[in-house]
Design a binder for this molecule. Sequence first.
Ligand code: IPE
Ligand code: IPE
Ligand code: MG
Length: 241
Amino acid sequence: MRVPRHVAIIMDGNGRWAARRGLPRSAGHRAGLTPVRTCIEECSRLGVEVLTLFAFSSENWKRPVTEVGLLMQLFLEALEREIDELAERGVRMRFIGARELLGAPLAERMDAAEARTRGNPGLTLAVAVAYGGRWDIVAATRRLAEAVQAGTLAPADIDEGRFAAELALGDLPEPDLFIRTGGDHRISNFLLWSLAYTELYFSDALWPEFDAAEFARALEAFGARERRFGQTSDQVGAGAC
Ligand code: IPE
Ligand code: IPE
Ligand code: MG
């Protein structure tokens, strides 16, 4: 089986999962932690290098203040509870997004988790919190503009590679496989730049019910895709690049 180097997931459908059971949305968010663990385990087992999980978007700040507060509390609790095991498993933690918008307790634990796991050899787990693809592109542009202003970068030297290097995950391979659960077919401001040639896979499963078998189905679909990157099928088949 062809294993993607980088899998990026929009974990959607927690609220609907809870509503169907007559439970509050918060119960859906809590139930969403189980598939997070499953995906980390499966990626580690299969040798996937990077797993990026979309946990909270730039636009999710528009949700009711009680839901936003609950999600932040849940991230804090989950990080505190899981960090030891993640560190033992050799996982390298990354957080991407506007961290300065998060409360100090959460932001400090994110800093600490990254510092503690920086040298780990295993799966890189990137969690996108207060993240938006547009935010990422604007932040990268600002850093490049600052370098130009400081005289350390010439505008003529800004090419796709130089630009991509400034993005939050610019030092990692681009996603090979994108998965969105919950049945909607959209990107919702996820990794806009680096999804340019990613294989897109949409699952009708709601995130809390996304299990190892569902993940295997996504990988199987990925394995059956022909990635052409603009070339013809004949070229790809001949191994040309
Ligand atoms: C995804 O589930 C979790 C977050 C966006 C934080 P939702 O909360 O969007 O669940 P639905 O889409 O309303 O079912
Ligand atoms: C996308 O889900 C963001 C996350 C899963 C964190 P949403 O539920 O916020 O997406 P929309 O609003 O339906 O596009
Ligand atoms: Mg949703």
